[in-house]
Design a protein. Structure first.
Length: 336
């Protein structure tokens, strides 16, 4: 009996999702040739040939050469060959997500990253890389950068044009690093968990001025900010965060902030921040009863106060006594 061929016999083993795009169409090469200039097409073709020739024919030599360079330099380099080996792919444009966490990487060859035009997610946790070296990926949108001993970084508005989410938890970011991260124009989610932050930079929401005296906004599109597991204790933190206009979610859990300061509100705008603790329920009730009694005794006297002590107008006791004495004089004359 003739053996029947099944489709499964022709397919390779598939254990999980592959972080890559499907096969390209036949018209893709024609579309690329018509998009850019001849010099750009020739450069990309040359780089592709270089990658394919080394990976297909001289893979053993490449691995041996990289091992020798790592021994001589004492560092592990992140380059295009390393990324292709991790993804098990031949074409850089097929990679859309990469996991290079806990690989001991300490340097990067940024010239190779221009070819990874479809890479949008990078997990580079537990290395010793610099954040700015990942900015050469043209379309990256999400970066996990935990445990990289990050303290300072040099960023400009030209870096990370499409970055949406950045996780910098478990580092030691400085004030200057926070200000530089704020220059990422489209940054929407920032995670600064467990960075031993004691205070936030007071000019966190102020624009930066470059050498050409041009203004660049900081955290212009930030919506979510995670500051949990830090050492924040200064109440000026609220005044700093209040200037972030698009902030929708804030996590301040596990810090040294034990109460929220009173905010004096004028209409819908916050005019001032008072460093006063929140009053207990008993004191609030007693104050409320005292105010109600004063309202009953002096009908014309107005005291505007909210239940949580957000707005409050003080009354001078000397003025109160003078008003009461003026009211008593006509009654004595009537009696006489």
């Amino acid at each position: 009996m003739a053996a029947q061929l099944q489709t499964a016999d022709f397919l390779p083993a598939f254990d999980g999702l592959i972080p890559a795009f499907p096969a390209h169409s036949l018209t893709r090469k024609k579309r690329i040739l018509t998009e850019g200039g001849a010099w750009l097409v020739e450069q990309q073709e040359a780089q592709h040939r270089r990658f394919h020739s080394f990976l297909l024919y001289d893979q053993d030599y490449i691995e041996h050469r990289q091992e020798e360079e790592e021994v001589l330099k004492g560092e592990k380099i992140l380059d295009g060959y390393y990324l292709l080996n991790c993804a098990k792919l031949d074409d850089p444009q097929d990679i859309c997500s990469i996991d290079i966490s806990n690989q001991g990487l300490s340097g990067a060859k940024e010239d190779d990253f221009d070819l990874f035009t479809n890479l949008f997610h990078i997990n580079a946790a537990e290395n010793e890389l610099k954040l700015e070296c990942l900015s050469s990926f043209p379309c990256v949108r999400e970066i996990q950068f935990q445990f990289n001993k990050l303290h300072k970084t040099k960023l400009s508005p030209d870096h990370f044009r499409h970055l949406d989410t950045l996780d910098l938890s478990y580092n030691k970011v400085s004030h200057s690093a926070i200000l530089n991260v704020g220059l990422i124009e489209k940054l929407r989610v920032l995670v600064l968990t467990a960075n031993e932050i004691k205070t936030l930079p007071s000019n966190m929401a102020y624009p930066a001025v470059d050498e050409e005296k041009q203004l660049h906004k900081r955290f212009a599109n930030l919506e979510e900010l995670y500051l949990d597991n830090n050492h924040l204790c200064d109440l000026s933190t609220f005044a700093t965060l209040g200037a972030l206009k698009k902030l929708k979610y804030l996590n301040l859990s596990k810090n040294h902030i034990y109460y929220i300061p009173h905010l004096r509100v004028l209409g819908s705008a916050i005019a001032h921040v008072e460093d006063a603790p929140i009053k207990s329920a008993k004191s609030a009730r007693s104050n409320k009863s005292g105010r109600s009694s004063s309202k009953s005794q002096n009908g014309k006297q107005e005291i505007s106060t909210s239940e949580f002590g957000l707005t409050k107008t003080k009354i001078n006791p000397s003025q109160h006594q003078s008003k009461s004495s003026k009211k008593k004089k006509p009654t004595e004359q009537d009696g006489s």
